[in-house]
Design a protein around this ligand. Sequence first.
Ligand code: CP3
Length: 373
Amino acid sequence: MSSAASSVPVDASASAPGLPGSPAPVAGEPGPAASALVRAIRGQRTDRLPVWFMRQAGRSLPEYRDLRVGTRMLDACLTPDLAAEITLQPVRRHGVDAGIFFSDIVVPLRLAGIAVEIEPGRGPVFADPVRTASDVAKIVAIDPDAVSVAAEPVREAVRIVTGELGATPLIGFAGAPFTLAAYLVEGGPSKEHLRARAMMHADPEAWHALAGWLARVSQGFLRAQTDAGASAVQLFDSWAGSLSVADYRAFVAPHSRAALAGVDAPRIHFGVGTAHLLADMRLDGTTDAVGVDWRTPLDEAVTVLGADVTVQGNIDPALLQAPWHVIETHVRDVIARGRAARAHILNLGHGVPPETDPDVLTRIVALAREADA
Ligand code: CP3
């Protein structure tokens, strides 16, 4: 099992934006719906353990850093040729089982006309934080359907990518309402997301209005990607770990469920520090797979999640800096524990740190190919 990216152009001439991609699909050949990744999300084990990496497109790749020179992050996300090329880079280089669309969780908020920038080394920053009931009223007056209409550059980029990927699936994604609100209410990155969590209790009506609106916007962003050809979706609730179980159930889960419901594609739901929330993150069956961070061994996660959901994860991103023999032992352990689930998608427990040597990721893909799935 060596030819990793069989359907992806590896020809170096295809590495510039807009250049010809893979040949037109041949009728009857298996497409992305038959891929190991899509089957795993749906609960089927195949003889191939699917592997991809959160944040595989980005600063760990020198070819990404070269392309990004002189272009702001959100402008890059909304330039179809550039977003498509950046999405394809890690698929070509590592031979992973899926592309993850190059974009950002705040892109749909930019499309809604909200003033947001991504500051390098810091993250999303909003000029006007949404803190009061009247701030919320202004935001929710923006029509979520207009956001979907404005997502044409996203659809265009997805069409380019899926045309090139052939039988390799593209994963579309969105931020979950709580993680988006954690930035929007705070105005930027924060450690414990105190203002968003305070709003839930201080003004539940404003909170539910905001989170309900964010759910519609996230769903529109996911649909833009699936309509244009993405084969699966992942909802990132990266900061949900800061919530109590009670708050998660009352203030967050219904909105995440609404964001994912109605998206007609296999679904993955991911959070960080969510050991106490794992069972609830199934969203009453609205998700097909749950992403687990590095803190919870996958076999333990399965005892909480049950046998009828797929797990994704959970290589510790910190270990990517360790000597190879340490990484190899760890990855083999993750794979062994993943066998407890109905199906397993090998991934990190969170995103690729920018300082990662990309060759390590390529070696992990080779290890997954050897593994007896
Ligand atoms: O490869 C991929 O995973 C696809 C692209 C992707 C990006 N952001 C690109 C990006 C995805 C899926 C995201 C999601 C995202 N964005 C999340 C959820 C995932 C997670 O990591 O928990 C969150 C919380 C954000 C918000 C955000 N955007 C942060 C915290 C940062 C990092 C800021 C920094 O410079 O350290 C960003 C910027 C960002 N998003 C970069 C990339 C490649 C780096 C920007 C750059 O290269 O200049």
